[in-house]
Design a protein around this ligand. Structure first.
Ligand SMILES: Cc1ncc(COP(=O)(O)O)c(C=O)c1O
Length: 378
């Protein structure tokens, strides 16, 4: 049996998505910038996608900009604001962001900006008082994830946005893990910039979007043609834009059912570990509305995480470890280190990310094997 429990890394392209993408590879392959009929057909597909996304996310169509991925959206948001500012120089983020944010901020730090890190608690939630104390008239931008890719923490964006609003600073939200996993209403959220990536919700890899609130001025990242209101050059990836839009539509239509189903699975997973008296810690918030559905980041006591991953892999079970390899060693990830997972647990951390396609039978197979491996390795 093969069980894919790494849906936070990427998801499969769903049948509905593939279906709407296919015509744009062969029959409708025109360049949206061309003035002939083939071009107009492609242009219409891009425009319709933009309108649909605006409707789904509750924003204006002129605020939706297509990009190549979540990493590009995040780079554009932060560097684009930085490039346009002549006076402010502070950038605020957390130490537990995805590297798309961390490395962008650190790059800007190396170019003379001041990088400030807001504290998070041991579940990954931003310390709002600390954020209040950090923002000032010199703050250029605050960039914080909506949902953490490792430990599944869902931030309180409304409170963060209130603080940024009062301080009159830009707020970028990395919603790459959040889209189609928790509700996203851009009007309610009141943020300036927000990044999304198609491959996290059954769209294709290599397509993303950046929401730019009307009136927010940022410099382009890519210079060239006049696409995307002259803000993001490059021939539009029509098939992928259409695919991501359909994926968002399907994902949001099924959101309630999906959340309920995978949270039930997650609870069942932990119950079985408890019944087998497995010694583990669930990193991040408890299962519920403050945790990404399907994310189970578990640290097991006194076991080697890479061995555990290897043995699971041999059983056809695909998961992620909570470690990052550099050239010399395998280190616990920056997120696990920052939230201070106890030393005798941290080295055996596995992220199981249950997805929309995961079945009850598959999960039972994973749990049976996991318990078996841990019992033998003890
Ligand atoms: C929270 C978060 N931000 C950004 C990214 C980068 O997105 P992409 O793979 O589309 O570049 C990821 C991808 O794993 C992510 O999980």
């Amino acid at each position: 049996m093969k069980v894919y429990l790494d849906n936070a890394s990427t998801t499969s392209v769903s049948k509905e998505v593939l279906e709407v993408m296919m015509p744009f590879f062969k029959e409708e392959f025109g360049n949206p910038s061309s003035l002939h009929k083939a071009g107009i057909t492609s242009k219409k597909a891009v425009n319709n996608s933009r309108s649909k996304i605006a409707e789904l996310l509750n924003c204006k169509r002129s605020e939706v900009f297509f990009t190549s991925c979540g990493t590009e959206s995040t780079n554009w948001a932060i560097k684009g604001i930085a490039a346009n500012s002549r006076t402010k120089s502070d950038i605020i983020t957390t130490r537990i962001e995805h590297h798309a944010t961390l490395n962008t901020c650190q790059y800007l730090e190396s170019r003379g900006y001041t990088l400030l890190y807001v504290d998070v608690d041991n579940q990954g939630f931003v310390d709002l008082d600390h954020l209040r104390s950090l923002v000032s008239g010199n703050t250029l931008i605050v960039s914080i994830f909506m949902a953490n890719n490792e430990i599944g923490t869902i931030q309180n964006i409304e409170e963060i946005s209130e603080i940024c609003d009062e301080a009159n600073t830009f707020l970028h939200i990395d919603a790459v893990q959040a889209a189609c996993h928790t509700s996203l209403d851009l009007t309610k959220m009141n943020v300036d910039l927000l990044s999304i990536s198609g491959h996290k919700f059954h769209g294709p890899k290599g397509i993303g979007l950046l929401y730019i609130k009307e009136g927010t001025k940022l410099a382009p990242l890519l210079h060239g043609g006049q696409q995307e209101q002259k803000q993001r050059a490059g021939t539009e990836n029509v098939a992928y834009i259409v695919g991501m839009t359909r994926a968002l539509e399907v994902g949001l239509a099924n959101l309630e059912d999906y959340v309920h189903r995978v949270n039930t699975y997650s609870k069942m997973f932990l119950k079985r570990l408890d019944e087998a008296e497995i010694d583990y810690i669930l990193n991040g918030p408890e299962i519920g509305e403050k945790r990404l559905p399907g994310n189970l980041n578990l640290s097991f006591k006194g076991i080697d995480g890479t061995v555990l991953e290897y043995l699971l892999n041999r059983k056809g079970i695909y998961v992620s470890t909570g470690s990052a390899c550099d050239s010399q060693s395998i280190e616990p990830s920056h997120v696990l280190t920052e939230i201070r997972v106890p030393e005798d647990y941290i080295n055996a951390t596995i992220r199981f990310s249950i997805g929309n396609d995961t079945t009850f039978e598959e999960l039972n197979y994973v749990i049976d094997n996991l318990i078996d491996i841990i019992m033998k390795e003890k």
